[in-house]
Design a protein around this ligand. Structure first.
Ligand SMILES: [Mg+2]
Length: 181
């Protein structure tokens, strides 16, 4: 079984770093206000600008908190169930920072796969995806693959029986172990 594990929003809580960046410069936004994937539109932030700011946050990767405690043990349990690759959509210059972050968090994985666009993820050869993007989730479900959607404020509007929601990474371990997808 091949498992694709996302980084931003699933392992790394990079939005917290971005909020810190934003809130020092623009109107304050809280994480719970980010109820849409393209929330930046609402705040008159351009998509390129948002992407650049996320890359800037990754440059200070030591400051990026994990989404939850004991991430490394949950990922370790996943690696006992299948081949776990990190599959991340990002600007290429940030890959070294992400790898350093994963190492510091003691996260073990098989391969590190970086794609330029999240939309490319669904086409890759994986049986199960763990991701927080509502767009990726729908695409993955549309081609009949398994998607475990990591709950975040920006994906709560998704209600789709093909998309299984998880609150913690350990939920993925349980679902995969019991084959309840
Ligand atoms: Mg993500």
């Amino acid at each position: 079984m091949k498992i694709a594990l996302d980084v931003d929003g699933v392992l790394a809580d990079v939005i917290k770093s971005w909020l810190h960046y934003n809130n020092n410069r623009r109107k304050t936004i809280t994480k719970n206000e980010i109820t849409e994937w393209d929330f930046w539109k609402k705040f008159a932030i351009k998509p390129d600008q948002f992407d650049n700011e996320l890359s800037l946050c990754w440059r200070s990767w030591e400051q990026i908190p994990p989404t939850e405690n004991k991430l490394s043990s949950a990922v370790c349990e996943l690696t006992n169930l299948g081949t776990v690759d990190i599959v991340t959509a990002r600007e290429h210059s940030t890959n070294t920072y992400v790898k350093s972050w994963l190492k510091t968090q003691n996260i073990t994985y098989h391969k590190y796969i970086s794609v330029e666009d999240g939309k490319k993820k669904a086409e890759l050869n994986y049986d199960i995806y763990i991701d927080d993007s509502p767009i990726n989730a729908e695409q993955i479900a549309n081609i009949g693959k398994n998607i475990l959607l990591y709950s975040q404020p920006w994906n709560l509007a998704i209600h789709d029986s093909r998309i299984k929601r998880i609150e913690k990474l350990m939920d993925a371990v349980k679902i995969i172990k019991e084959q309840k997808f």
